[in-house]
Design a protein around this ligand. Structure first.
Ligand code: FAD
Length: 560
């Protein structure tokens, strides 16, 4: 698991302070609430999805300003980092979910929730078309459409099978709460089936061969949980059975946990080897049948192994409704919905996307320089004075935090250091060249809860300020300035670190500032971060008591 450190999570929005509109916002709210006409004019904000991004947006939005509607096939928020713990009964599924209506109840204003799936976004008519999953008995098959002024797309992603034959039919995924519950039942079924009398040892070995495809954080954490479960609980309840149990992790790359520091990767690999977890590195799964899984390796070629259960955890893919939307707006050649740094979907108006379903595609800085120069070069001379150049650089650094980071990485603390590197006679070509290397430093953000949550918080604050601006500005919304640039600072991601629980009460932590810690101490840090990051006091209490119950009584092994 990889997750941010809680204590720092309140940071990140400070940049907005400089953009806050003047005047008593509360007074404006009061007057707008009293004014019936204003109420009717509330803009409709539709949030699609109740995951990390959607819920974070909802929690931080000042819902008094907007008419808010939420659409999602699940009426709860799920704390996904603890899903692997649900698979072996360490934590109960109900302990990690919070009903969305409870979250809504804590807010003021008009908020409605529709339990349905969005199957089409019509950005021309500003509508989303939805269908209730329980809709067959409903009028019109449970289909309806919702109009919006602003649409917040936070539908997450689906598991990616890379179109490998047999995966959908024969493998488990670990993406939703239902998946974790199914895995839990399936794990117990494997043990009960292997325990039925008159079975050969080979048959037992097959039933108790658990395969995890994908050596990322989710796959590794599940493997570690399963190993702990067998080691601590199953071996006591099913004497002698652990000799038949095998856990394999198949990874196409050369290492597990590739996104972590090398120290952590090596530690995890050695730990798994010591514990008898079979690591099949450099193996690519090509087919899964109902009996066996087939994989290929550069040197050993193709091999098929029988299994009892396979969990597929190889990353994420695009949901069909998002692909369809991307085709509509001319993003058909992309894998993920592209937004700008203000989370606005490229190619359409008033649609925002955040979390796993979107990626920020930053405008290349060099392409942007011309526009900035043009604005600064009021007299059209083709050259700028030092003062003007400094203004341009301040502007660039505000819009592109990575330029500032780049300057720092090159020990250029001041803009003038950069200017000296060019020469006195600055023109646009030289300037472009000087900054072009910055572009290559721009990386896309990881698909994590940490990013999704920060984006939700950021966008909600933009919406809050935007509305406050509308109330105070006689000229109307202040969102976009005349030259098409956003009035608010761009989204800036803060990485607080990530965890990888490795079982046996040991966790690897790679925290901000390149601080690495592995072992029992980090496990306690993991416990405290995840206990405090829970969506409510109820879930905090439930999760902590689940952990305590597990310490005292062990995991529950019933097949419910
Ligand atoms: P989600 O949280 O997936 O939410 C998507 C929402 O959209 C859901 O409510 C869904 O029901 C809804 N939806 C789906 N389809 C539709 C539709 N058609 N119409 C309407 N609504 C729809 N990240 C970390 O940072 N740290 C971790 O430790 C960590 N551990 C993880 C462990 C597991 C097992 C998994 C699966 C993920 C983990 N992640 C972790 C990643 C993290 O969960 C995701 O990055 C995060 O959930 C993304 O948030 P999201 O809001 O974009 O999507």
């Amino acid at each position: 698991t990889y997750f941010k450190i809680l204590i720092l999570c309140a940071a990140g929005g400070g940049g907005f302070a400089t953009y806050a509109v003047t005047g008593p916002i509360n007074a404006a709210i009061a007057s707008s609430d009293q004014d019936g006409e204003m109420k009717a004019k509330k803009k409709k904000v539709v949030i699609v999805g109740t995951g990390w991004a959607g819920t974070s947006f909802l929690k931080n939005l000042d819902s008094r300003f907007y008419d808010v509607q939420i659409i999602s096939p699940r009426n709860y928020f799920a704390f996904t980092p603890l899903l692997p713990s649900v698979t072996c009964g360490t934590v109960d599924a109900r302990s990690i979910v919070e009903p969305i209506r409870k979250i809504m109840k804590k807010k003021t204003g008009d908020i409605r929730f529709w339990e349905a799936k969005c199957f089409k976004i019509d950005e021309v008519n500003k509508k989303v078309h939805c269908r209730s999953d329980t809709g067959t008995n409903l009028e019109g098959n449970g289909e309806f459409s919702v109009e919006y002024d602003y649409l917040v797309v936070a539908m997450g992603a689906r598991s990616n099978t890379f179109n490998t034959p047999g995966v959908v039919e024969n493998c488990h995924f670990l993406k939703e709460v239902e998946d974790a519950q199914k895995i839990r039942r399936s794990v117990m079924d494997c043990f009960e089936m292997a325990n039925i009398p008159n079975q050969s040892d080979d048959e037992k070995r097959k039933k108790l061969h658990f395969i995890i495809v994908g050596g990322g954080p989710t796959g590794v954490e599940f493997a570690a949980e399963l190993h702990d479960f067998v080691d601590k609980d199953i071996s006591r309840l099913y004497p002698g059975i652990e000799d038949f149990v095998k856990i394999s992790v198949i990874e196409a790359g050369q290492h597990i946990l590739p996104m972590f520091d090398k120290t952590i990767t090596q530690f995890a690999e050695h730990k798994f080897e010591r514990e008898g977890i079979d690591l099949k590195l450099g193996h690519k799964v090509i087919k899964v049948s109902d009996q066996s899984i087939t994989m290929s390796h550069k040197e050993s070629g193709e091999i098929s192994v029988p299994y009892g259960m396979v969990v597929w955890s190889t990353g994420i893919g695009t949901r069909p409704v998002i692909s369809d939307f991307m085709n509509q707006i001319g993003q058909g050649d992309r894998r993920v919905l592209a937004t700008d740094e203000w989370l606005r979907v490229k190619g359409c108006d008033d649609v925002y996307a955040l979390g796993d379903c979107a990626t920020i595609v930053q405008r290349r800085i060099v392409d942007d320089i011309s526009a900035i120069f043009k604005i600064a070069d009021k007299n059209n001379t083709g050259k700028l004075s030092l003062k003007e150049i400094q203004g341009v650089l301040v502007d660039i650094c505000q819009r592109y935090p990575q330029v500032e980071l780049y300057l720092k990485s090159k020990n250029m603390k001041r803009f003038s250091d950069l200017l000296n590197k060019i020469d006195d006679d600055l023109d646009i070509v030289k300037f472009k060249n000087a900054l072009s290397s910055v572009d290559s430093h721009v990386k896309s953000l990881p698909a994590t809860a940490q990013v999704a949550e920060q984006q939700g918080k950021y966008l909600a604050r933009c919406f809050n300020l935007m509305k406050a601006g509308e109330v105070h500005s006689p000229k109307g919304p202040i969102r976009i300035t005349a030259d098409g640039r956003h009035r608010f600072p761009a989204f800036k991601y803060k990485h607080y670190g990530q965890f990888a629980p490795l079982g046996g009460e040991q966790t690897a932590a790679h925290l901000a500032g390149d601080w690495i810690s592995i072992g029992h101490g980090s496990q306690w840090l993991w416990y405290s971060v995840y206990a405090t990051k829970q969506p409510s006091w109820r879930t905090t209490f439930a999760v902590v008591s689940d952990w305590a119950r597990r310490f005292v009584f062990g995991r529950d092994s019933s097949c419910i």
